[in-house]
Every structure is written in C-alpha cells, then in structure tokens.
Design a protein around this ligand. Sequence first.
Ligand SMILES: *Cc1c(COP(=O)(O)O)cnc(C)c1O
Length: 225
Amino acid sequence: MSTIAQNLQGVETRIASACQAAGRDPASVRLLAVSKTFGAPEVRLAHAAGQRAFGENYIQEGVDKIQALQDLALEWHCIGPVQSNKTRLVAAHFDWVHSIDRFKTAERLSAQRPPSLPPLQVCIQVNLDGGENKSGVAPDQALALAEAVAVLPHLQLRGIMTIPEPGDEETTRAVHAQAHALWLRLKSTGLQLDTLSMGMSSDLDVAVSEGSTMVRIGTAIFGQR
Ligand SMILES: *Cc1c(COP(=O)(O)O)cnc(C)c1O
C-alpha cells in the first residue's frame, strides 16, 4: 500500500472517530484532498486509494494538473484566492470554488462558466476572526453576498468556507462554532446550503465536532509541503 493510501486511511479513521465522538454520521463529512504543490502522480495514488475530490490553491498549477489527469473522473475544488484575470480559467476547469469573497468574482464566474458544463458549485469565504493575511468577507456581510450569489445563473451556492488563524484548540473551536452558527443563520433565511467547509490537517477533529461537512486535508495525506 502506498504511503498516500495509508495516510488517507488514517485521515478517514480520524474523521470517523470525530464523528462518533460528536454523535454524527461519518457520511455527513466529505474529505477534500488538498493536492497543492504535489504533482499528478501523487493525485493518481490517492485516486487509486479511492479518493475523488481534490483541492487546489493556485489556479494555473491546478489547471495543469486537471489537464494532466483528464483520464480520471475527479472533482476539482478551487480553495485559493481568485483574481479577476483568473476567473475564466477557473470557470472552465473547476467543479467547485470555496473562496468567493466578493460579488464581482462570482459575477465573472457566472458569466464565464461554459454552458455545456454543470453549474459551478460555490461557497462564500468568511473571515470570522479578522485575520489580516487572508481573504474572506466579514461575517456581517456574508448574508448579503450569499443572497446576491445565490441568484446568479450557472452557479450553485452550497455554503461557506472558513480558515481560522493558527491558534490553540480552544480559540480554533470558538471560530468553528461561530462559522457553524453563521451557516445555520444563513440557512434559516431560506438559502439552500449543505456545505460548511472547515477543518485542515491540524484542526480536522475540532472542525468535525463543531459541524464541518467538508474537511480540506493536505499535509496529513500528501506529507509536508
Ligand atoms: C493548504 C490548504 C489546506 C490544507 O492544509 P493542511 O494543513 O496541509 O491540511 C486547506 N485549506 C486551504 C484553504 C489551504 O490553503
């Protein structure tokens, strides 16, 4: 068995125990394998071990990998910042975008999504703890952005993504809990959301216990970058 296959098993076990501890169904948490900085061969190993959904931060690197792996049925998620000059590439190649933090980006993705493809699945990135070096809309602007994005053609709004600042477990848990509360609040307005994208290699367990429905795991699957 490849190291990547073993690591994937380990991550699935972590998800299952976190779900058990939280009284959740393990099927309610999807695993996104973050393959940024790793190559097509590593993605092939993960695919051979049963993994289908992959996340990329850097658009051009992601598109190169998507093209090199066209023989496999994979689902590609863009989880990094999307500059205006990259929206066309993203709209043409990715299945999901987790990092929508302004209306203009969503509008461009909507206009540029090839009509032959299914709607692009999108999440609003929310900056809950005010970290200065990351994108994300402020929590009090999330509803307005979500409502505006939800009605754009060729996009389907699925939920929100959050990336807590590195911190101790208690602080991280509080940020995840705020994200969960915000997600519920958005849903209570009638938005049809099923995705709370939160949790990385170091905080997967806390994220699952606070309600994550999709964890984005790089290091724990592919190794140190
Ligand atoms: C790199 C990255 C991840 C994965 O992080 P690990 O700590 O390697 O699991 C998840 N989400 C985003 C947005 C990332 O940039």
